[in-house]
Write a protein that binds this ligand. Structure first.
Ligand SMILES: [Zn+2]
Length: 198
């Protein structure tokens, strides 16, 4: 209740902004991230309400377009085809419990969890954080199983990104396809000497 009281004060102080949101949403980014309570998209990115259209699930999974699980696919269709969003971020994070569960999947007894993380792809990663990176990129690649995503990326209307939140340092890393490596967005900001909008 304390938290809601604070929010309501904020709402009243910025009523015009919140009422403009009530009319329509024009989010800039489809964020596909983990359910983990410590990885809060608006906190990490500083995004205001109305900016991020979010899908959060265990281990930031994107089931392929032909999978029986349609919840994420529905969100992708809504975000891209109805809202016209031009960027998708798939964001993993260090120490992900969902990815750790992938590593130990054969020993899991929870049926829904075991089935869900079957969509994970960690290859032959030696550590959990390597597995997190591999899974994040594999889930990003799964976006291309949706034909409208592939087509829009090809025409340049849509960009897809693989990001990693480091819970220890508070840093965000982005995957660079040309260099085939992860680079720190903090360093990129320092190099540019400015703050990016996201
Ligand atoms: Zn996680």
């Amino acid at each position: 209740m304390q938290g809601f009281r604070k929010f309501k004060q904020k709402f009243e102080a910025d009523r015009a902004f919140y009422q403009s949101l009530a009319e329509a949403q024009h989010p800039k980014i489809l964020w596909i991230g983990c359910s983990d309570s410590r990885v809060v998209p608006s906190l990490i990115t500083g995004a205001n309400p109305g900016t991020l259209f979010e899908v959060r699930n265990i281990a930031n999974i994107v089931p392929p377009a032909n999978a029986p699980e349609v919840s994420v696919g529905a969100a992708i269709e809504f975000a891209i085809l109805q809202l016209g969003i031009g960027d998708i971020v798939v964001c993993g994070h260090t120490g992900c419990g969902g990815v750790q569960a992938m590593v130990a999947r054969s020993r899991l007894s929870e049926p829904h969890l075991k089935s869900w993380i079957g969509y994970g792809r960690i290859g032959s990663s030696a550590t959990v954080d390597e597995a997190v990176k591999a899974n994040t990129l594999a889930q990003r690649d799964n976006l291309f199983t949706y034909p409208f995503v592939r087509e829009r990326v090809e025409t340049g209307e849509l960009a897809v990104h693989g990001w990693l939140y480091d819970m220890v340092t508070g840093d965000l890393l982005a995957y660079d396809d040309e260099l085939a490596s992860w680079h720190s967005l903090s360093e990129a900001l320092r190099d540019r000497g400015e703050h990016a909008s996201l």
